[in-house]
Design a protein around this ligand. Structure first.
Ligand code: GLP
Length: 244
């Protein structure tokens, strides 16, 4: 779906999420959300905070799993996805701290593999993700599933693509400061979500959006796997859709 800008669709996505949360509340069920970082979802989080503060939307039945985190990365570091999520959402709503899951960028190298297996298990034990919010990187990554990621991959540590590190460089005051690794949910984890919404805004996403939507499904552009998901919507602004 193509919109003129990112404001209106961000609100619509927030409203879809809020409806899901309320429906689950009525059934006395948890709502399991997969969340993304980056600039793309910021307005969605703004609207969710507004719905909490002004329209009584409660997050008390919400359990969240974030897609990814740099590795190694300290939680207190302002570049961490941990910091981002608290700043943009968790500090402003009534979600229970024990219901927030963000990959831990400080887990020791020897515990990392088991940590990823446990993260994945925790999602499965809850019956999977009800809703997954996504952005997209210029390499075609979703989460940090860089080119070469297998369609069946699960939560794991990965090596970041050079383009991804260049794109992250401004936040880290230089590419040399960007971590070389990350922990990410897998393609398989994302694809098992019951509903997926991918957001892309601006000119610099136009080329990868064209490849993702119109290209062949290939591990070289991991976001193309979404073509095989039966309940995914791409929400774009005019600039991001101009190569379609
Ligand atoms: C990072 C994140 C992705 C995100 C991408 C795009 O690489 N790991 O999950 O989708 O950035 O970020 P932005 O939304 O700022 O363009």
């Amino acid at each position: 779906i193509i919109f003129e800008d990112s404001q209106t669709p961000s609100k619509l996505v927030a409203h879809e999420i809020s409806q899901l949360i309320r429906n689950k509340q009525q059934k006395k069920e948890f709502c399991v959300l997969g969340l993304a970082t980056g600039s793309s979802p910021i307005k969605v989080y703004e609207e969710l905070v507004r719905l909490h503060k002004e329209e009584g939307l409660s997050f008390s039945n919400v359990i969240t799993f974030n897609l990814d985190e740099y590795y190694p990365m300290d939680k207190g570091n302002i570049q961490s996805y941990f910091y981002f999520m608290y700043e943009h959402l968790f500090n402003h709503v009534d979600i229970l701290p024990e219901n927030i899951n963000i990959p831990d960028g400080k887990v020791s190298a020897e515990d990392l593999q088991q940590y990823c297996i446990d993260y994945e298990r925790k999602i499965k034990a809850l019956g999977g993700l009800d809703f997954q919010l996504l952005g997209i990187g210029r390499t075609g990554h979703i989460g940090f599933n860089e080119p070469g990621s297998h369609y069946n991959s699960s939560t794991r540590s990965i090596t970041l693509d050079h383009i991804t590190r260049v794109d992250a460089a401004p936040a880290f005051l230089g590419v040399d400061n960007v971590p070389r690794k990350a922990i990410t949910m897998g393609i398989g984890t994302v694809m098992s979500a019951k509903r997926i919404v991918l957001l892309a805004w601006g000119n610099n996403k136009a080329e990868i959006i064209q490849k993702t939507i119109e290209g062949n499904v290939t591990s070289e552009v991991p976001a193309t796997y979404l073509q095989n998901h039966s309940n995914t919507t791409f929400i774009l602004d005019e600039e991001a859709s101009k190569e379609l």
